[in-house]
Design a protein around this ligand. Structure first.
Ligand code: PLP
Length: 395
């Protein structure tokens, strides 16, 4: 079909031209004397993006799942008791990984559409006077349901209980897009990947760790080679890697970090909030609802939109793809067929979101869902116009 194929899934996200061009280079020697000129500044830029002053960042040629595993293997031991919650496909998968690796997981199950049950965490932590929990896990942004949780409040619960457990956070679909402050929130392992807020292809697991988590590696009992912090530290300090790095992705990452830092992290977070609010206005105007049960959990990076019960969201997604060259996100696992998702993160602006909304609207109408044409898009663009920055240049 002529025209662009629009990508509005919650990762991989759209890649900025500057990033694409930066990766379009001939293959390079990862042991060249000037290779550290590329890599050492990347570690510093990433520490700024994560807001991690005293720890360090590891870059694995893996996806986010690899960084999940690296966090566990380098800081914990088989048989350790940990606290986790499950309320969507990605929080489910991290629980599954922890169990399969041999952690003893105390899982709190919540309805899909809810977030981390902070009050329950606080209660369990305050009762755990012998400090049996070695770590507390939280999925900051549950991509399957469009739910963002309050990480700051989990840190407050740990502090109130004077609990030494590590705080492990999945920020795969939040970091680089919505507010995240590793130092201020006392996050020990912050997991991310290249293909969402960092606006790159998949292929990098990005793990930012605190000084406390680095210390924990000395007593961690899991065997590890590929993900070993020690092997990474031994080579990273001079700008190299213990095995072949994903050189092109590193080139792109350097530029995508520059873009985030030049725009300013707060401005990036504001932009995501503004675009997400437009999407939420559209959902309201369509007479539909989000999977996220309460506004406090609304995600600024992805909206999971519930279709009326007699319809199958997969038909809407297929119609958008085949009829209008547009990828919307499918519902995963429990919510398959019930929701479609609009990913609104990364390299994105108002016009792109308006395109996503107009295609979603057309696809739903084509599938027979009762929607007045233009209502959702109209509500979103009214919001965008009302909140637009004043024009800085005369046309
Ligand atoms: N965690 C969250 C919140 C995710 O959204 C994803 C992927 O979408 C993952 C973890 C897994 O990351 P990856 O697919 O890069 O391994």
């Amino acid at each position: 079909m002529p025209g662009y194929t629009h990508l509005f899934i919650p990762g991989p996200t759209n890649i900025p031209e500057q990033v694409r061009m930066a990766m379009n280079v001939s293959m390079q020697d990862m042991r060249a004397p000037d290779f550290p000129e590329l890599t050492l500044p990347i570690f510093e830029k990433l520490k700024t993006v994560f807001r991690n002053k005293s720890g360090r960042v590891f870059l694995y040629p893996s996806s986010g799942t690899g960084a999940w595993e690296a966090a566990i293997q380098n800081t914990l031991s088989p048989g350790d008791k940990v606290l986790m919650s499950r309320f969507g496909q990605f929080s489910h998968l991290w629980v599954d990984m922890a169990q399969r690796l041999g952690l003893v997981v105390d899982v709190i199950d919540c309805d899909w559409g809810e977030g981390v049950p902070v009050e329950k965490y606080a209660e369990k932590l305050s009762k755990d006077v012998s400090h049996e929990y070695a770590a507390v896990f939280a999925t900051h942004n549950e991509t399957a349901t469009g739910v963002t949780s309050d990480i700051k409040a989990i840190r407050a619960a740990l502090n109130a209980a004077n609990h030494p457990a590590l705080l492990m956070v999945d920020g795969v679909s939040s970091i680089g897009s919505i507010e995240f402050d590793q130092d201020a929130w006392g996050v020990d392992c912050a997991v991310s990947g290249s293909q969402k807020g960092f606006m790159l292809p998949a292929g990098l697991g990005i793990l930012s760790v605190s000084a406390y988590a680095l210390e924990a590696r000395k007593r961690a009992g899991f065997g590890r080679t590929f993900f070993s912090f020690d092997d990474m530290i031994a080579t990273n300090d001079s700008g190299y890697f213990p095995y072949t790095p994903a050189t092109q992705l590193l080139r792109g990452l350097s530029v995508s970090c520059d873009m985030l830092l030049e725009e300013g992290l707060e401005a990036v977070w504001d932009r995501h909030n503004r675009l997400a609010t437009g999407v939420r206005k559209a959902v309201g105007a369509w007479g539909l609802r989000l999977c996220a049960k309460e506004p406090k959990w609304h995600s600024d990076t992805v909206s999971a939109i519930v279709v009326p019960e007699t319809f199958d969201a997969r038909d809407v997604i297929a119609r958008a793809y085949r009829g209008y060259n547009t990828s919307l996100g499918t519902g995963l696992s429990k919510v398959m067929g019930k929701v479609f998702r609009i990913g609104h993160l990364g390299w994105l602006n108002e016009g792109m979101v308006a395109t996503a909304l107009s295609v979603a609207e057309m696809a739903m109408i084509d599938c027979g869902i009762q929607i007045e044409p233009g209502t959702g898009v109209g509500a979103a663009i009214r919001h965008f116009s009302a909140t637009a920055a004043p024009a800085t240049a005369k046309v």
